[in-house]
Design a protein around this ligand. Sequence first.
Ligand SMILES: [Zn+2]
Length: 331
Amino acid sequence: MDIAWKAIVGHEENIARLRAMLREGKLPHAMLFTGPEGVGKRRVAQALAAALLCEREEGSCGLCPSCRALLQENHPDFHMVLPESRGKSARIIRMEQIRELQGEIARLPILSGRRAVIIDDAELMNDAAANSLLKTLEEPVGDVTFLLISGRRSSLLDTIVSRSMPVGFGMLSVEAVAELLAREGVPAEEARELALLSDGSIGRAGKLRAGDGMSLRNDAAEFLWQLGTMSMDEVWCRGKSMGEWERERVSGWLSYLGMLFRDMLVLCCGGSSELLYHQDLCPQILGALADFPEGRIFSMLRLVKETQHRLQSNVNLRLHMEGFLIKVKDL
Ligand SMILES: [Zn+2]
């Protein structure tokens, strides 16, 4: 894992505040990092955990035994809890995982004199896991710092939120995403194009670049252009085939659809094409506006959001996508 502060782009204010609190010994024992997906919340949490555990005053030096152990991903006092998926079911953090963590942190730290715990996608704890963690947050034992990360704060138990100090993260700027991509060796022009489509998320830019992101985006766009002429049967078949996709892929497809709707709204309201996510599709989006009055776009956008939200729980993917596409066609 990367532990260096300087490797992080953006979030300067949060980082300055966290480092000051650490220096002054005022870091609370539980913090909740919230904000959009893929903007670097986990990177900041990792650097903070490294700084907490580092032997040197400046924190996350990269050289002391603690930092070296973290870099080799075998630090005995650092714990990372992530949601796990079983088969095709949605990812979830189960009570066994929290129990196991509690067993580990109950023992004395081995290397750093304290422990640091990161729980990523904390909203994916099921109720039993969340309630179990709550007990630990209410009655902390030893010197343990919890860094909870969540893209959806509203899905967390209120009692967990109220036990943690909130740290809000915003979107990255287009420039910041482009810079991060450039650091990975992406040519400038491509970096800019990906950054525009990324919606301020380096995570999304990475997906666009790596997997079938761009073709997924194009698939969502094609669907939209063809929607008017598709028969109900075709829409139905489409839902059936998307039901076979990985959940994450469906969610990515829906995000692109949502971004296309937002681009339509921008153009509807007379906004400049420079404000678009899909600048390369500007002519097609303009052309499609005749079939999509403003009210319809708003309804579709709402439907996309609702469906994305529901996909987070263990709904039947195929039934859900069939239902979604038919509603979109009917609007
Ligand atoms: Zn160190």
